[in-house]
Ligand binder design. Structure first.
Ligand code: IVH
Length: 668
C-alpha cells in the first residue's frame, strides 16, 4: 500500500473530525484543500488504491436508481410524549413502582430532543456498511449514499479494536444556519422554500443524488445503539454515549445525569427552555432516559415506546389568523373531513395556511364560522389545529356539511353513532377509488415504487385504473402514451408491479384499506389467523380475540370480506400472481423454552448477541438483561463478568456458547 496515500487519508480524516465533530479546526482551508487535491490526484493516477474509507468516497459519482429496503435487526422505537412536570414525573414514578423501588432513586440522563430524522448506521469491524431510515421501525430505506456525505459521520470508527458489529442510532438534522442559507438560496433562485429544518433534512437524506445531499450541511448526533457485538460490556447509557464520542461522533450538547427528583426535572427543563434558542440546531423537547441499562432491560417496552425513556416536549406555539373558507376533503374510506383555509401565518418556524377541523362536532364545539379570527396551535409534527375563536368576524358564514359529495355528487350520509359523514358513492366515488389505489400501492404497503400518486390520479381519470385489481392489467401502452411518459418509464412501472407481487399476508391485508384496520392490526390478523382464507371466514367473535381488534374494527373486517365486489377484486389480484407465504403458527414442540427466562453475557464467538437473542426468542424464551432468581439459564461467552458470578452464586444453570448450540442442535 502506498504510505503517502494512507497518511493523507488519516490526516484528512483527522482534520474533518476536528472541524465537523469537535468544531475546533487546526489547519487553514488552504492547507486542507492542498492535501485533498493531492489525495484526489493520487487516486486518479492509481485508482486501484481507492479504499471505501477515503474522504473522497463520501460523495458517490452516480445517483441511486431506487430505494432498497433494509430490515433493522433491532426494532427502532419511538418515544411517548409528556407535556408537564407532573406527567414526566408520573412516567418515572410508574417505572420506579414496576422496579419495586420506593421512589425515583435512579439516575436519569437528559438529552436535547433533536428535531430531525432518525437514522441507523451499521458498522462492521469499524467500517460503515450501510445506513437506513427508521421507516416503520422494522423496515427502513437504504440511505447510505446520502448519509456518507455527512462529514460528522466517520466512514471508519476511530478505534484499534472496534466492535465486530454495531448499529448506531441518532438524528440527522440541519443546523439553523444551514437552513437559513438554504432558504436564502431558494429565494435567490426563485425555487420552493423549505418549511422547516426537519423537512429540509429529511428531503436531503431522501435525495437520489448524493451530490445534492452533500451540499446541504447536515449533521448527525447519536442517541443510542441497536445491534451490538463488541468487547465492552456497557452498564450505563451515558457510557455508550461517551464511547460513541470516542469512536468519532458528535456529542449532544447539554446532556446531564441526575437523580430523577421532581426538583431536578423542573430545574433541568427550565434551564433547557431558557437556552433552547442559543443552540445551533432546532430542538423540540428533552428526552429523559434511565441511565442504568439493567433497569432499562427490566422495564422493556410497551407497544412502540420504551418504559425507561420519555420525551418532555416544549409547549406548542400559538398564533392568531383569519378563517377564510372551509373545504371538505373526501378520504379513502369516504369520510368527509372539513379543512380550514386560513390567512397564511408563521407559527413555530412554518407558514401555515391549512388546518384540519376533524369533524362537524369540532366545528360546533369551537362555535366557528367563516370570517372569524382564530387561534391556531402547532406542536412538533402535529398538523396545526384551531384551538379557539379569538374574535368573531364582521361577516360570519356558517359552516355546513354539503349534502352531495364534492367529488362524485353522491349523497352524503351521517355515520351511525358517530360525528363523521361519509359519501355513499363507495367505489364509484373517484376520491375513494383513487385514494384506495394510492394506499394499496404506497411504500408502507405493496410498495409499487414507480406507481406514484400523480400517475395513479391520471390513470384513474383516464379510466384505466378503476380498482386495485386493475393495476395488474396495466399494459406498457397505457402508461407510455401518457404525456411526459415513455416506454422506459412504462417499463419501470411494470417492473415494480412485478417486483411487488411477492409480499407478506399482513402487508396485503393492510394494503386492502379496510376501514380503521391499520398496519399493526393487519399484521396481528395475519399472525393470528395465518391465512387469508381464515381471516375472510373469521366470525365477529373470532376477530375479537385478536390483540388490538375491537368491535368496530371486527365489524368492518367482516363487512369487507362479505362484500362481493371485494371478493372479486381479491380473487383477481391473486389470479394475477400476487402471493405470500402463509404465516406459520408456532407449535409448542418448536418452542421448548416457552415460559423460561434466559440471560446472555460475555463475548460470543459464533453468534452475535442479537442472533443469540433471536434464536432464544424463537425457542420461546424471554431474554432478560440481568440474572435473578427467576433466571432459568445463563449463556456465558468469553470474559463473562458479574452476571456469571451471580448465576454461580444463585446456582443457576450455565451454558457456554457451544453448549448452547449443541443443546438445541443449532448448526451455523
Ligand atoms: S431516544 C428507544 N433520544 O425522537 C428510544 N430520540 O419521538 C429511541 N429523537 O425516533 C429514541 N432526539 O428520532 C432519542 N436524544 C434523543 C432524541 C431522539 C431526537 C427523536 C428520534 C425518535 C423520536 C421519538
Amino acid at each position: 500500500m502506498n504510505t503517502r496515500y494512507i497518511d493523507l487519508i488519516s490526516q484528512i480524516t483527522l482534520w474533518d473530525h476536528e472541524y465537523y465533530v469537535l468544531d475546533d479546526p487546526s489547519v487553514s482551508d488552504a492547507e486542507y484543500d492542498k492535501a485533498f487535491k493531492e489525495l484526489l490526484d493520487l487516486e486518479a493516477a492509481q485508482p486501484e488504491l481507492i479504499t471505501p474509507e477515503s474522504p473522497s468516497q463520501r460523495v458517490g459519482a452516480t445517483p441511486i436508481q431506487d430505494y432498497i429496503k433494509i430490515e433493522h435487526s433491532v426494532r427502532m422505537l419511538s418515544l411517548s410524549n409528556t407535556f408537564s412536570f407532573e406527567e414526566t414525573y408520573a412516567f418515572f414514578e410508574k417505572a420506579a413502582k414496576e422496579l419495586d423501588y420506593d421512589s425515583i432513586s435512579f439516575n436519569l440522563y437528559s438529552e436535547p430532543k433533536l428535531d430531525g430524522l432518525a437514522i441507523s448506521i451499521y458498522y462492521e469491524n469499524g467500517n460503515l456498511v450501510y445506513a437506513a431510515t427508521r421507516g416503520d421501525g422494522q423496515i427502513g430505506e437504504d440511505v447510505t449514499h446520502t448519509i456518507k456525505t455527512i462529514k460528522s459521520i466517520p466512514l471508519k470508527l476511530a478505534s484499534d479494536k472496534p466492535p465486530k458489529r454495531i448499529d448506531i442510532r441518532g438524528e440527522v438534522f440541519m443546523p439553523k444556519k444551514a437552513f437559513e442559507k438554504l432558504n436564502r438560496l431558494a429565494l435567490q433562485n426563485n425555487t420552493k422554500l423549505f418549511v422547516n429544518p426537519r423537512n429540509a433534512a429529511a428531503g436531503s437524506i431522501r435525495q437520489m443524488n448524493p451530490k445534492i445531499a452533500a451540499e446541504r450541511d447536515l449533521q448527525f448526533i447519536p442517541y443510542g445503539i441497536g445491534t451490538y457485538d463488541g468487547e465492552i460490556e456497557f452498564t450505563q447509557h451515558s457510557a455508550i454515549m461517551n464511547c460513541l464520542h470516542g469512536l468519532g461522533f458528535m456529542q449532544n450538547p447539554h446532556c446531564y445525569n441526575f437523580i430523577g427528583t421532581f426538583e431536578n426535572l423542573t430545574k433541568n427543563y427550565e434551564f433547557m427552555a431558557e437556552h433552547r434558542s442559543e443552540l445551533p440546531m432546532e430542538i423540540d423537547g428533552i428526552v429523559y432516559k434511565i441511565d442504568d441499562l439493567e433497569l432499562q432491560t427490566k422495564l422493556g417496552f410497551i407497544a412502540r415506546s420504551p418504559k425507561w425513556a420519555v420525551a418532555r416536549k416544549f409547549p406548542a406555539q400559538n398564533e392568531t389568523t383569519q378563517l377564510l373558507a372551509v373545504d371538505f376533503q373526501v378520504g379513502r374510506t369516504g369520510v368527509l373531513t372539513p379543512v380550514a383555509r386560513l390567512a397564511p401565518v408563521f407559527v413555530g418556524g412554518v407558514t401555515v395556511s391549512n388546518a384540519t377541523l376533524h369533524n362537524m362536532d369540532e366545528i360546533d364545539r369551537l362555535g366557528l364560522c367563516i370570517g372569524d379570527e382564530v387561534e391556531i396551535q402547532r406542536a412538533g409534527d402535529v398538523i396545526p389545529k384551531i384551538v379557539k375563536v379569538t374574535a368573531t368576524g364582521d361577516t360570519r358564514t356558517p359552516i355546513i356539511m354539503p349534502e352531495q359529495c364534492p367529488v362524485c355528487n353522491s349523497t352524503v350520509e351521517r355515520t351511525e353513532g358517530k360525528a363523521s359523514y361519509r359519501c355513499s358513492g363507495g367505489l364509484t366515488c373517484g376520491a375513494q377509488s383513487a385514494e384506495r389505489i394510492k394506499h394499496y400501492a404506497s411504500r408502507k404497503f405493496m410498495n409499487i415504487n414507480n406507481l406514484g400518486t400523480k400517475l395513479i390520479e391520471i390513470l384513474y381519470e383516464t379510466g384505466t385504473l378503476k380498482t386495485i385489481a386493475d393495476i395488474y392489467q396495466l399494459k406498457s401502452a397505457d402508461i407510455a402514451d401518457l404525456e411526459g411518459q415513455g416506454l422506459k418509464s412504462a417499463q419501470n412501472v411494470l417492473d415494480s408491479i412485478e417486483a411487488s407481487k411477492t409480499t407478506k399476508l399482513g402487508i396485503f391485508i393492510g394494503a386492502l384499506g379496510i376501514h380503521e384496520v391499520g398496519e399493526e392490526s393487519a399484521k396481528n390478523l395475519a399472525k393470528y389467523f395465518c391465512t387469508l382464507d381464515a381471516i375472510s371466514k373469521a366470525t365477529h367473535k373470532d376477530l375479537l380475540t385478536v390483540p388490538d381488534i375491537g368491535p368496530v374494527m371486527a365489524k368492518n373486517i367482516e363487512h369487507f370480506f362479505k362484500d362481493e365486489t371485494n371478493q372479486t377484486i381479491i380473487s383477481n389480484i391473486i389470479a394475477a400472481g400476487v402471493s405470500w407465504p402463509d404465516e406459520i403458527p408456532p407449535s409448542p414442540n418448536e418452542q421448548p423454552l416457552l415460559g423460561q427466562t434466559w440471560v446472555l453475557t460475555g463475548t460470543l464467538e459464533k453468534l452475535t448477541r442479537s442472533e443469540a437473542k433471536e434464536i432464544l426468542e424463537n425457542l420461546g424464551a424471554k431474554v432478560a438483561g440481568s440474572v435473578s432468581k427467576k433466571t432459568d439459564c445463563l449463556v456465558a461467552g468469553r470474559d463473562a463478568g458479574s452476571k456469571l458470578k451471580n448465576a454461580e452464586a444463585l446456582g443457576i444453570k450455565i451454558l457456554d456458547e457451544n453448549g448452547f448450540l449443541d443443546a438445541f442442535d443449532i448448526k451455523l
